[in-house]
Design a protein around this ligand. Structure first.
Ligand code: ARG
Length: 472
């Protein structure tokens, strides 16, 4: 209940009570309501690896600074290693009174190796510790996401290769615009993902300055070699300023921004696939395992995988917005508000990891229904090619556009396509009879072999470039 004082007993049933590690100057305990607000272990336990590896590197730093002897370092490292192994094995070592993962690890260590455990926090504050943990986490997960993005690119590449000779309508404004190769459409996804990988790498690089040695905000008073600690943790740089290191979370924002941008990309392709699996389009069929039925309507096979991926984009943008709002106007240096930095990061990582897996698998399962695609391709998509042809015959593009526009209008009124208009309507077109025969969807696509265009030569070279990037 609000206002009730917990007297440090925690809320655990049957678990031993433990004093808080910062208890020194306090006489009473925290109100139980305040404990509920304060305790972050429920979520920051996800950082246990980063926290323990950070502590091990810090211990090396303390040895180099003369704070720990060689035997003490050895004992401390063995203790930390054991705590990590136990947590990895899923052992529940935590107490309800543990405030956060940093306190929990230190308490467990001290209980196991005795007084020596109390030396670990020398020259360190949870402020530089938590910033280090989160940077390590972001660097690792950004690399994992990059791998997952590559997995999706591989699935896209396979599908593009399979459909490299097949045409479909290309759309603008969801209106049939110009014919394109299916591979060209699919590769648009591939190339965008390549930039998402760059954004992941950039976010990891922004998290590349190691905070340890910054202490609470002013820098550690113990001259341990930060370079040595950073090298052990794989940080390429040291933070150049202890306030910057402990107060700022721009690296996390950048990472969440990259996640939100990727989420928006996935949602756009998911939307295409939802639309294209409708009875109205019938362009694609998703593997059954990535759809679901309706509890009421037996005929339904809903593209839920794509709808869920589309929906998750809201959550990914929300995570970015959530941390941005926390950061805005925060006084320097550390404030407890910063504890709010972790959950959005964890959530974006887990959400994207799952979305990328499902998108890759669904991509592999997807089949283009060439029969209905070719039936739905409208000859109107060739109007631009007729105008281009007139330009080649010496007519200014604006005039050509007008001539073709009139033919299209005439055709619409007659309920046919402009290719089906009577000979008389084609009379103004030089060599109109012969050209009408040449004017096919493949002709249109093949005229676009400019680098980046949909022509088959361009698509083949895109596929070759994609293959080189994937190293397959
Ligand atoms: N749990 C805290 C966080 O996530 C750790 C740092 C606490 N520091 C402090 N000065 N109270 O930010």
């Amino acid at each position: 209940m609000a206002g009730k004082v917990a007297k440090n007993k925690g809320t655990g049933k049957g678990k031993p009570k433990a004093d808080k590690l910062w208890q020194g100057r306090f006489e009473g305990g925290m109100a139980s309501s305040m404990e509920r607000l304060s305790i972050s272990l429920a979520f920051d336990r996800k950082l246990f690896r980063e926290d323990i590896e950070g502590s091990m590197a810090h211990a090396h730093g303390l040895k180099a600074a003369g704070v720990l002897t060689a035997p003490e370092l050895k004992k401390m490292l063995a203790g930390l290693e054991k705590v990590k192994a136990d947590l990895e094995a899923g052992k529940d070592l935590f107490l309800p009174s543990d405030e956060d993962i940093h306190m929990a690890v230190e308490r467990i260590l001290t209980e196991r190796i005795g007084a020596l455990g109390k030396k670990l926090h020398t020259g360190r504050s949870r402020n530089d510790q938590v910033a280090t943990d989160l940077k390590l986490y972001v660097r690792r997960r950004a690399a994992d996401l990059e791998t997952a993005i590559t997995g999706l690119q591989q699935a896209i590449y396979r599908k593009a290769l399979a459909y490299r000779n097949e045409l479909m309508p290309g759309y603008t404004h969801v209106q049939q615009a110009q014919p394109i190769y299916i591979a060209h459409y699919l590769l648009s996804f591939f190339w965008a993902l390549e930039r998402d990988k760059t954004r992941m790498r950039n976010a990891a690089a922004s998290a590349g300055q190691m905070p340890l040695g910054s202490g609470a905000l002013a820098g550690s008073a113990f001259p341990y070699q930060r370079e040595l600690v950073a090298a052990r943790l794989g940080f390429p740089e040291l933070s150049p300023n202890s306030i910057d290191a402990t107060a700022h979370r721009d690296f996390a924002l950048e990472f969440l921004g990259a996640c939100a941008v990727l989420g928006a990309l996935l949602s756009g392709y998911a939307e295409d696939f939802v639309l294209w699996s409708t009875q109205e389009f019938m362009y694609i069929e998703l593997g059954e395992a990535y759809t679901s039925g309706s509890s009421m309507m037996p005929q339904k096979k809903n593209p839920d995988s794509m709808e869920l991926i589309r929906g998750k984009s809201g959550r990914l943008l929300g995570n970015f917005t959530r941390l941005f709002t926390v950061m805005k106007g925060l006084p320097h240096a550390y404030d407890r508000d910063l504890q709010e930095d972790k959950e959005p990061v964890f959530d974006s990582v887990e959400t994207l990891d799952l979305c990328l897996t499902v998108m890759s698998e669904a991509m592999d399962s997807l089949r283009f229904r060439m029969d209905s695609i070719s039936k739905k391709m409208h000859p109107g998509m060739l109007a631009t090619d007729l105008a281009d042809y007139l330009v080649e015959k010496g007519i200014a593009f604006r005039d050509a556009h007008h001539i073709v526009g009139r033919m299209v209008g005439q055709a619409e009124a007659a309920g046919v396509s402009f290719l089906e208009l009577p000979e008389s309507a084609w009379a103004t077109i030089p060599d109109g009879k012969a050209f009408r025969k040449r004017l096919t969807f493949a002709y249109s696509a093949e005229r676009r072999n400019i680098a980046g265009g949909t022509g088959s030569k361009s698509v083949t070279s895109q596929l070759a470039q994609a293959k080189r990037l994937l190293k397959i």
